[in-house]
Ligand binder design. Structure first.
Ligand SMILES: [Cu+2]
Length: 271
């Protein structure tokens, strides 16, 4: 009789929030924020990454509902796996960001990764052994809390430094080469795709490539010729014009740096 009453009561009393649960929940929001920022605040990015986000959302919701040992582990892994999947590309983007948004977005994403994985694993190990975990208030003063804050401070510092560097670079006047193009080709970027994806450029002809970005996100028109990379930033809702000259026929692949893994690629056919 007593036991039955107790278990009934136990189901109604909510377990207090542990520090690890709080950090994992924040890490999920950091992940969503990082994608929003990296994509230039275009909701279209979620069309592509939405399905990848689902496991993180589901397991974090389960962890909020009930702090089971497996939910700690699953939340930690499902929040961070997206970044392991795209890690080589993210490191490339961080070393040569197409925009300060992209750099800030990836940096926030790395905070999410560096929080979620170790904290999910520690939560799993502690819950399994029945070791009591720090509560939300005292957690910030534990080694875990200091680690989490240190990661966040380093990231904020990196974002500020990058924004200042970008500001400085934008203020510097660059040189230029003036040519009168004798041919023009037009390309549109729309819904994270190049339209058309195959563009024909006449050989040995000074040609203007005019790219209109209809998305609310930042794209790039990037290609490589003879080991040299050329990249043009396409700001949201703007038209960018640049002039090319190719002295040999062939196919030159081009791509958008942030969205290449989503298949935002095309081919310049020099004929
Ligand atoms: Cu793009």
């Amino acid at each position: 009789m007593m036991q039955a009453d107790e278990s009934k009561l136990g189901r109604k009393v909510r377990q207090p929030w542990t520090f690890n649960r709080l950090l994992l929940t924040i890490a999920l929001f950091e992940l969503i924020l990082s994608l929003l920022v990296a994509g230039g605040f275009s909701p279209a990015i979620f069309l592509f990454v939405g399905p990848f986000l689902l496991p993180g959302i589901v397991f974090t919701a389960l962890l909020i509902w009930r702090p089971n040992q497996w939910f700690y582990l699953a939340a930690g892994i499902s929040i961070s796996y997206l970044f392991f999947l795209f890690l080589p590309f993210i490191l490339g983007g961080l070393s040569n960001p197409a925009s300060p948004y992209e750099f800030a977005g990836y940096t926030i994403g790395l905070v999410s990764l560096f929080w979620a994985l170790p904290i999910g694993v520690i939560g799993f190990l502690r819950a399994r052994k029945g070791v009591p975990m720090a509560d939300v208030r005292s957690g910030w003063r534990t080694p875990q809390g200091i680690y989490a804050l240190a990661v966040a401070f380093i990231a904020v510092g990196a974002i500020i430094t990058s924004a200042l560097a970008y500001e400085h670079a934008s203020a510097t006047t660059g040189g230029g080469v003036d040519f009168q193009p004798s041919a023009t080709v037009t390309v549109t970027t729309e819904t994270f795709l190049f339209k058309p994806s195959t563009v024909t450029v006449p050989v040995r002809t000074v040609t203007a490539i005019v790219v209109t970005n209809k998305d609310a996100a930042i794209h790039t028109f990037t290609y490589e010729v003879n080991g040299q990379t050329y990249s043009h930033e396409l700001l949201p809702g703007t038209t960018t014009k640049f002039v090319v000259f190719f002295d040999a026929t062939g196919s030159i692949p081009f791509w958008c740096i942030p969205h290449r893994p989503m298949g935002m690629t095309g081919t310049l056919t020099v004929a």
